[in-house]
Design a binder for this molecule. Structure first.
Ligand SMILES: Cc1ncc(COP(=O)(O)O)c(C=O)c1O
Length: 319
């Protein structure tokens, strides 16, 4: 990815990616003491508009992650919404985007801790490229790596260092011929994928691990629960889920900002249904796909238009 000329937000100003520097001894790099978000923007050519999805929800979660790591966001949530839209506008994106805000311990010294270390904040937007190849569905495999426990390092916070857990699981899954990992908690219950939440469908009811199962409480997870309940009157149950319930399920699917909604073709080499996307996942994915591209007026509140504000203010997008 050639990011050199991309405009980013770092150190309280807009600058070129190549001009924003992080030192080798930076705490966040050496100790994983940072947290981040992944936000998507959807370009709709007919509207000539880029819509950022669930922007406020992502920044609210970042504020929680930061609080857990004893850090303070340098801006209010409202300011962050404005800065993010401005940043995308400055890049003149006319494509789907992925926006990566991060806050990290920025001291360049030795000594692991959370206290008495300054923070730094940055936002990097990039054109979005496909994260998972969803068409065929995923061959998912249960990982031998257990999900980190809240008592050790809380997955509820989107902590950079915690992604070692996900990376170990993902690479093990790929090495074993799977596309994606399913991590269990230390007690053997289903937690989540390497970068997605997980749902199963049984007799028309949706089940997903509750927030005490060491999951990141996904924005997409919440969106899908809302759409399922509100638009399709589906029952959604959040509870501990056994591994074998995945084998017995009618449907299994993953949700995540980057991944979208993608079904599991198989779990631990056991076919889910006939391996194709099931009816519940299909209708949720279709509806969600319309919502994110401003196709459902009642969900317009989930979207932050990037260029509308600029045009209204008569600003040049490159300004
Ligand atoms: C570990 C993990 N779980 C779940 C999710 C899904 O969260 P969201 O829907 O907010 O992207 C992610 C996405 O980043 C993740 O990394």
């Amino acid at each position: 990815m050639d990011l050199g000329s991309t405009t980013v937000y770092a150190g309280g100003r807009y600058c070129a990616y190549g001009d924003a520097r992080v030192g080798l001894l930076t705490h966040g790099l050496q100790y994983g003491t940072g947290c981040f978000e992944g936000i998507r923007g959807f370009w709709v050519p007919e509207d000539r508009e880029l819509y950022l999805l669930l922007l406020r929800e992502h920044y609210e979660r970042l504020a929680v992650s930061a609080k857990i790591l004893m850090m303070q966001l340098p801006h209010t949530i409202d300011e962050l919404l404005e800065i993010t839209a401005e940043l995308c506008a400055r890049n003149n994106f006319e494509t789907d985007v992925y926006v990566r805000p991060c806050i990290y311990k920025s001291a360049e010294d030795i000594g692991v801790r959370l206290h008495n270390v300054p923070d730094a904040f940055a936002i990097v937007p990039v054109p979005f490229t496909r994260y998972l190849d969803a068409a065929q569905g995923l061959r998912a495999g249960t990982s031998s790596w257990r999900r980190a426990d809240d008592s050790a390092a809380p997955p509820r916070a989107k902590i950079t260092g915690l992604y070692v857990n996900s990376a170990l699981a993902k690479s093990e899954a790929v090495a074993n011929g799977f596309d994606e990992a399913i991590m269990l908690s230390a007690d053997g219950h289903v937690s989540e994928g390497s970068a997605e939440n997980i749902f199963l469908v049984k007799r028309g009811v949706l089940y997903t691990p509750d927030p005490s199962q060491n999951v990141l409480e996904g924005c997409t997870r919440r969106a899908i629960v809302e759409i399922a309940q509100r638009e399709f009157a589906l029952e959604v149950v959040e509870r501990a889920i056994d591994r074998s319930e995945l084998y017995a399920a009618d449907e299994v699917f993953f949700t995540g900002t980057a991944a979208g909604i993608v079904h599991a073709q198989s779990v631990d080499r056991r076919l889910v249904g006939d391996g194709t996307i099931g009816p519940v996942a299909r209708k949720l994915a279709e509806y969600y796909g319309r919502v994110v591209r401003n196709g459902v007026p009642s969900y317009a509140g989930w979207l932050t238009p990037v260029y509308a504000g600029h045009r209204a203010a008569g600003l040049s997008a490159s300004g």
